[in-house]
Design a binder for this molecule. Structure first.
Ligand code: SAH
Length: 232
């Protein structure tokens, strides 16, 4: 089955509404909604915000369900892209990890883990085909994760000093990818831009655009599953 993770309720609401044959499983404080999306077996869960919540929830998902691959849906802060633009992960990095005191580690790299997490190439190519077909504005680019709502110029500048091609910044994707790597599972991330980095009133825009942006990512997940998933 496909594991679908969103950090916030707004990010999974549309998917839950379309779920059929729903069965609820509770592990710890997390609620897992198993059922069918477009007649394909899925399990949907809200992780909560931030890296630890995301890693905890993804681990529970891996331990309790027979997951073929992971999809993360949600919103993000955008760089050089507009509201409601979609960013599909070409790769995912941590922007707040620094063990470079030991010279074998690159900035963003958790020791003994890759410095960047790569989604499954087939999932990525399928995503491209789908978004082209739907005529949805999107970019395949690096998504950067950290435990910060990024809005201040000093935060943005620091991240861009290290990475030169970040289009979306958010708080869960790399943690989900990290767990996917540990369990050797394919993953893909779809994030729609809710707020644009550096815009005046960026945090207010987040609230304003959240629902629409969250719904777009979720709709893409549904369409992806309808078109490309063959697991009943
Ligand atoms: N409104 C929330 C906080 C939201 S945090 C509260 O009640 O406290 C922002 C969420 O959206 C995270 O899940 C993150 O993944 C994503 N996000 C959107 N824009 C972001 C930005 N500019 N920086 C970091 N995360 C962002």
């Amino acid at each position: 089955m496909i594991g679908i993770i969103g950090a916030m309720q707004e990010e999974i609401d549309v998917l839950l509404k379309q779920l059929t044959g729903e069965k609820l499983y509770t592990y710890g404080t997390r609620k897992f909604y198993a059922g069918y999306l477009k007649e394909k077996a899925v399990v949907i869960v809200k992780s909560g915000i931030g890296k630890v919540n995301a890693a905890h929830t993804t681990t529970l998902l891996m331990e309790h369900f027979d997951i073929d691959y992971l999809m993360n849906t949600g919103v993000a802060g955008g760089q050089d892209v507009k509201h409601n633009h979609v960013v599909v992960s070409s790769n995912v990095v941590y922007h707040d990890v620094d063990a470079t005191a030991f010279s074998k580690n690159k900035y963003g790299q958790v020791p003994n883990m890759p410095e960047s997490f790569f989604p499954d190439i087939t999932l990525m190519n399928n995503a491209k085909v789908l978004l082209d077909e739907l005529n949805i504005p999107y970019t395949q680019a690096t998504i950067a994760t950290g435990d910060q709502f990024v809005y201040h110029p000093s935060q943005i500048e620091k991240i861009n000093q290290v990475y030169d091609d970040i289009k979306a910044i958010e708080m869960e994707a790399a943690a989900i990818a990290h767990i996917a790597e540990i369990y050797h599972k394919p993953f893909i991330i779809f994030r729609t831009i809710s707020d644009v980095l550096g815009d005046k009133d960026q945090h207010l825009d987040f609230d304003k655009f959240l629902k629409k942006a969250a719904n777009l990512s979720a709709e893409i997940i549904t369409k992806y599953i309808e078109k490309f998933v063959w697991i009943a």
